[in-house]
Ligand binder design. Structure first.
Ligand SMILES: Nc1ncnc2c1ncn2[C@@H]1O[C@H](COP(=O)(O)OP(=O)(O)OP(=O)(O)O)[C@@H](O)[C@H]1O
Length: 228
C-alpha cells in the first residue's frame, strides 16, 4: 500500500479483446472509502473491477491494487492479490451441495488455511459479522436470497480483505433486503477499515446511502458524479 491508497490507477486503458472499453482511467481508492460505481450496461463497470482483481491485464498506464503492480502481475501472484480482495457478485456462487460451513471451509483450504481450530474459529467469526452464526449447518437452498448474499459476504471477509468489490450485489434481492445488504457492507467498511466498491444500477439505494459516485460513460471513468 502507498499511504492509505488501496487502488491507484493512472492513465490506464482497459480493453476487452481489441475493444477499448475505458481509456485513460485515473482512480484512487483509499482505506475506508465507500464508492458507488455506476454506468449504463456495457459501459465498463465489470471490466474496471476485473482489472482490479487481476482478471484483465493492463498494457498502458500504471496500476497498483493492494500493493500489487497490475502491470507486472504474473499468474502466480493473482491468487495472493485475490486474498486481499473480497469479491461479492450478484449470483451468489455458493456451492449448492455444501453447507454454509463447508462453503467457507472450502475457500479457506483453497487459500492455505490448514489449522482446524483456526478454521473453525474464523468461520464463526465471519458468520458473526454478517449475523448468521446460527446458520452454520444450513444448506444454501435453506437460506433466503439475502441470507445467501450474507454468506457470500462472510466468505469474502475470510482473508481480511483490504477492499470489497461488489458487482451488482443486490441485483437479485428485493428493496428491503438490498438495503440490509448495503448497510452491512457499509458497517463492515467502517468497522474493519475495508474499502468498498459497489457496482449498481439501483439509484434508489444510492440515494439511501449517499457516498462518492464514479461513473463509466463514453469510455471514461468520471469522478464525483451527482445523480438526480
Ligand atoms: N469477455 C469479453 N469479451 C469481449 N468483450 C467483452 C467481454 N466482456 C465484456 N465485453 C464488452 O466490454 C464492454 C464493457 O462490458 P462490461 O461487462 O465491463 O460492462 P458493464 O458496465 O459491467 O455492463 P453491465 O452493467 O451490463 O454489467 C461491453 O461492450 C461488453 O460487450
Amino acid at each position: 500500500m502507498i499511504g492509505n491508497s488501496i487502488i491507484k490507477l493512472s492513465g490506464v486503458d482497459i480493453f476487452q479483446q481489441k475493444h477499448l472499453v475505458l481509456s485513460n482511467v485515473n482512480l484512487h481508492i483509499d482505506k475506508n472509502d465507500f464508492v458507488w460505481l455506476i454506468g449504463q450496461t456495457g459501459s465498463g463497470k465489470s471490466s474496471l473491477l476485473k482489472v482490479i482483481y487481476g482478471d484483465l491485464s493492463i498494457s498502458s498506464g500504471s496500476g497498483i491494487a493492494c500493493g500489487y503492480d497490475l502491470n507486472k502481475l504474473g499468474s502466480k501472484e493473482i491468487p495472493f492479490l485475490r486474498r486481499k480482495l473480497g469479491i461479492v457478485f450478484q449470483d451468489f456462487q455458493l456451492l449448492t451441495d455444501r453447507s454454509v460451513e463447508q462453503n467457507l471451509h472450502f475457500v479457506m483450504r483453497a487459500t492455505g488455511w490448514t489449522d482446524k481450530k483456526l478454521i473453525a474459529d474464523r468461520t464463526l467469526d465471519v458468520l458473526e459479522k454478517v449475523g448468521l452464526r446460527s446458520k452454520l449447518k444450513k444448506m444454501p437452498h435453506e437460506l433466503s436470497g439475502g441470507e445467501q448474499q450474507r454468506v457470500v459476504i462472510a466468505r469474502a471477509l475470510l482473508n481480511d480483505p483490504e477492499i470489497i468489490l461488489a458487482d451488482e450485489p443486490t441485483g437479485n434481492l428485493d428493496p428491503d433486503t438490498s438495503e440490509e445488504i448495503v448497510l452491512l457492507l457499509k458497517q463492515i467498511g467502517q468497522q474493519l477499515g475495508t474499502a468498498v466498491i459497489i457496482a449498481t444500477h439501483d439509484y434508489h439505494i444510492i440515494r439511501t446511502f449517499p457516498s462518492r459516485i464514479i461513473k463509466c460513460e463514453n469510455s471514461k471513468v468520471l469522478e464525483d458524479v451527482q445523480i438526480a
